[in-house]
Ligand binder design. Structure first.
Ligand code: FE
Length: 362
């Protein structure tokens, strides 16, 4: 703490027809996938989340191993009914694997909710994940999407997806296994608001021990607000970042030191020219430990008069985090030439890099 105090003193859609998936025979089984466990398929010797070697297994063999609905879609290119199960609009963070062979296909960050009713993605995990084939069935010309490892049918690729790729990987939920991102005992998340999230995100991205930073919104009364809604200042939500960090490499104390170094916690509902409750200085604590640590550092900084005015950072119990639209993620790195990045974000990054020079990611 003493060191921080010294430091701070020193440097103050789509329609169903557009989707174009047609059914040979509809697979209607309600595909509510179990979400929560690493997938173990003892009856499927080819299933692996790590083996990338291409498979050449006959349909005869697959038929013995796979459940009928998965065999019908994966090996006979059938299509499940739209809006089957919950995967089409699920936004849980995690990884999507081929349900036939376990090969990694997508991250949840590449997913978007399409009104077509099938799980939709705008990008694949890597260029090997999915291969393509011209599909002239049913009098249509489409691009069939196949698992890059086992060659099983997944769905189709269309060119009517969102930015940045404009692609829509329209997948059958039955073809996908989902493993949610799970916080391990050494991983923790905290949600902080320090004005414009572009700035805060850019800083924490460079701190050693930080695994992931996502820009979004917390607090307020509106479910899943858009950036435009939050900008009105009427939702009660604040621009925040959700920081996932490895507790063996950094800790709450350091996370807070960075926080109180790179934003001004003394201006109520304001950071520089950004004014409104959406820019309030706020810590959304998830447990008593986070709350106490926050109270403690704020008291220390106030007692030692580190700032000329009193800290107005609010402590609010965490309820929900809503990720911001894709173009807000990694904004600084993607828009370094923009005046706001150069004039507002860059100085904060430089200050952070100077003070925490020994704590930057290598
Ligand atoms: Fe596969």
């Amino acid at each position: 703490m003493k060191k921080l105090i010294q430091i701070l003193f020193i440097i103050p859609m789509l329609t169903l027809s557009a989707c174009g998936q047609s059914n040979k025979k509809e697979v209607t089984k309600n595909n509510n996938k179990t979400m929560g466990n690493v997938i173990n398929k003892p009856n499927n010797p080819y299933y692996s989340n790590t083996d990338t070697k291409k498979l050449n297994v006959s349909n005869e063999e697959w038929k013995k191993i796979l459940p009928p609905d998965l065999y019908a879609v994966g090996r006979e290119a059938d299509t499940e009914r739209a809006f089957t199960g919950t995967m089409w609009n699920d936004e849980t963070k995690g990884t999507y694997y081929c349900a036939v062979c376990g090969y990694k296909l997508f991250e949840s960050t590449q997913k978007f909710t399409s009104s077509c009713g099938w799980p939709s993605f705008f990008e694949q995990d890597n260029k090997e994940s999915i291969t393509f084939k011209l599909d002239k069935s049913y009098g249509m010309i489409r691009t069939e999407a196949l698992c890059g490892r086992c060659g099983s049918h997944l769905g189709h690729l269309f060119n009517d997806g969102p930015e940045p790729t404009g692609k829509r990987y329209c997948m059958n939920a039955v073809s996908l296994d989902f493993v949610p991102f799970k916080e391990s005992s050494t991983t923790e998340t905290i949600v902080l608001g320090g004005g414009c999230y572009w700035c805060v995100e850019a800083v924490y991205e460079n701190l050693d021990g930080v695994i992931k930073v996502e820009s979004g919104f917390s607090g307020g009364t509106v479910e899943n607000p858009s950036y435009e809604e939050v900008c009105t200042g009427r939702t009660g939500a604040a621009e925040v970042v959700e920081i996932t960090y490895d507790k063996t490499k950094t800790n709450l104390d350091e996370i807070f030191k960075v926080f109180f170094t790179v934003h001004d916690p003394t201006t109520l509902n304001r950071q520089g020219a950004d004014v409104g409750t959406q820019y309030r200085s706020v810590i959304f604590y998830k447990n008593e430990e986070q709350k106490k640590a926050a109270e403690s550092i704020i008291k220390e900084l106030n007692d030692n008069k580190v700032y000329s005015s009193k800290i107005v950072t609010s402590l609010e119990p965490f309820k929900k985090f809503y990720p911001a639209e894709d173009y807000h993620q990694n904004y600084y790195n993607n828009n370094k030439e923009k005046p706001y990045c150069q004039m507002v974000i860059q100085p904060k990054i430089e200050k952070f890099e100077k003070i925490f020079k020994d704590r930057l990611k290598k």
